[in-house]
Design a protein around this ligand. Structure first.
Ligand code: OFO
Length: 169
């Protein structure tokens, strides 16, 4: 049993998480097109994580007896001006997601849905990490500037990223 307002809001968040996955996959494809395979790999993992986030919401909603309503996913952007520009967009997007998660927590409190509030706390913590990871990359990119060797070294470093599935709801 789940509050109908919460059910609708969680369905919207499933769509947002699938869109996040699409956006990062599109960024990954952009990096492939400019032969930055390490950056492409990092974004590919990011896309996988977002898919897992969507599924975490999906599983939770079903466990709570809610109805999952999947909707069309918006078309992501496909071109960027620079590597830095991609990560600036990523940061902006993650800030938007943080706001959405905070709004979900506010709603859970409003409708006295303690289970959803508890479930959402994992995402609250995750968003701190997401924003911090992207900020670190933006800072490094700003330090590197137009230096090709620096970009190449960073590309190699980002290739090491490993996908860690989030804990099941
Ligand atoms: Fe990038 O975050 Fe999902 O929730």
């Amino acid at each position: 049993m789940i509050n109908p307002k919460m059910e609708a809001a969680l369905n919207s968040q499933i769509n947002e998480e699938f869109y996040s996955s699409f956006l990062y996959l599109s960024m990954s494809a952009y990096f492939e097109s400019v032969s930055l395979t390490g950056f492409a790999h990092w974004m590919g993992i990011q896309a996988q994580e977002e898919h897992a986030h969507a599924m975490k919401f999906y599983t939770y909603l079903i466990q709570k007896g809610g109805k999952v309503n999947l909707r069309a996913v918006a078309e992501p952007k496909t071109k960027w001006d620079s590597v830095l520009n991609v990560f600036e967009d990523t940061y902006e997007h993650e800030q938007k997601i943080t706001l959405l998660i905070d709004n979900l927590v506010n709603l859970a409190i409003e409708v006295k849905d303690h289970a959803s509030n508890s479930f959402l706390q994992w995402f609250v913590t995750e968003q701190v990490e997401e924003e911090s990871n992207v900020t670190k990359i933006i800072d490094e990119l700003k330090m590197i500037g137009d230096n090709r060797t620096g970009t190449f070294m960073m590309d190699r470093e980002l290739k090491q990223r490993i996908f860690t599935p989030p804990p099941v709801a």
